[in-house]
Unconditional design. Structure first.
Length: 174
């Protein structure tokens, strides 16, 4: 059993190092390259990141250097589902069709978009109740292991899930 655990840890570490070694863009470059959001896509009454949700985003970025973009989508009290925390701004961007499909079906959205692999996963609280979505973006080039990137996104989501007792906690002080 110890050998199996050691082998799994080594495989996970090797995949992480391989992904990190092949980075094509920095986080700053990825943010700079994002399309401009139209005013109609934004909720002008929601402009500040949810404190605890932003803390979770910051922790995930510190722990997973291979993640270049990350966002938490949730519904603040009195609002639709929107971005409540991210490393690229857009706080208050209303959930689009892809975001809501993930939230409503519980199925992830996986997509190669140019030089990026995007994984949007359902975000749940520690009791397993759906509270939103987590968007995670990685650098990607042909031949990269999508399954390894998907596992990192799932691990990140699960780490957050363990720290979220309820949706309300996302909006609490960090």
């Amino acid at each position: 059993m110890k050998k199996l655990i050691a082998a799994l840890c080594f495989t996970s570490l090797a995949a992480t190092l391989t992904v990190a070694a092949n980075c094509q863009q920095t986080r700053e470059q990825a943010v700079h390259g994002m399309r401009k959001v139209e005013a109609k896509e934004m909720d002008p009454t929601y402009t500040k990141a949810a404190p605890y949700a932003q803390k979770l985003v910051d922790e995930a970025l510190a722990k997973h250097p291979e993640i270049i973009l990350i966002a938490i989508h949730a519904a603040p009290p009195g609002h639709k589902n929107l971005i409540v925390a991210s490393n690229f701004g857009r706080i208050g961007k209303i959930g689009d069709e892809d975001d809501m499909r993930c939230v409503n079906t519980g199925k992830p959205n996986l997509e190669v978009n140019g030089a990026h692999f995007e994984d949007e996963l359902v975000l749940q609280d520690s009791a397993g109740k759906t509270i939103g979505a987590l968007g995670v973006v990685f650098n990607y080039k042909d031949g990269d292991n999508k399954e390894a990137l998907e596992k990192i996104a799932e691990q990140t989501r699960d780490e957050m899930k363990a720290k979220i007792p309820s949706a309300k906690k996302l909006f609490a002080p960090a």
